[in-house]
Design a protein. Structure first.
Ligand SMILES: [Zn+2]
Length: 199
């Protein structure tokens, strides 16, 4: 008795409804892939390999992110808020080029200097520490006191405003009125080499 030919059992993909072996020609092979991997891995051996590689990538990504976040947590927990580490960082300003500069005390220093015998200039230092643009301040001072004023580099390479003439008599009032960010208590005069509060 001849054997009845067994109907070939065809595995149909539920995603695209094609026989599984035709999935890759179907409309949505990407969507079929997960089903194929678990139901017809022998039809698409490379899919399995692909999936394993992806899984490997995922794992290493996860490991990396875990490593990063635990390192960050470690740093945060080892430096509680308000610790010396963080307060030190606030005082130090990173300059371009990696130079570290200590934060300067916010104060305006006014010094009257006699140059070239009787020619007097009034030096104003520190307005920039209050966020004031020195070129603007220089123009304002020159206009207000009807004299020459310019931004120059001082002996320590820091910019200052040189105002021609002695304007120390009412510069404090002018500064506090013009730039309210500068309190009178932050203004000092240099008198006989000593720093004297203006207030
Ligand atoms: Zn399919």
């Amino acid at each position: 008795m001849a054997e009845k030919p067994q109907p070939v059992k065809v595995l149909y993909c539920p995603i695209c409804s094609l026989p599984a072996e035709y999935c890759e020609f179907g409309p949505d092979f990407e969507k079929c892939k997960p089903w194929l991997i678990s139901n017809a891995p022998d039809l698409y051996p490379h899919l399995l390999k692909e999936a394993n590689e992806k899984e490997g990538e995922k794992v290493s990504e996860q490991l990396q992110s875990v490593g990063i976040s635990s390192a960050a947590e470690g740093a945060a927990s080892s430096a509680p808020p308000g610790s010396t580490v963080s307060s030190k960082q606030e005082d130090v300003k990173r300059l371009p080029g990696g130079k570290i500069k200590k934060k300067e005390k916010q104060e305006v220093v006014i010094e009257k200097v006699v140059r070239n015998r009787r020619k007097c200039i009034t030096i104003v230092k520190g307005l920039d520490l209050f966020g004031i643009k020195l070129s603007d301040a220089s123009k304002k001072l020159g206009k207000k006191f009807a004299t020459g004023a310019s931004v120059v580099k001082g002996p320590t390479d820091k910019e200052q405003i040189d105002v021609q003439g002695d304007i120390s008599y009412d510069i404090v009032e002018y500064i506090t009125e013009t730039w309210p960010a500068v309190p009178e208590t932050a203004i000092f005069f240099i008198e006989d080499g000593k720093k004297v509060p203006a207030a």
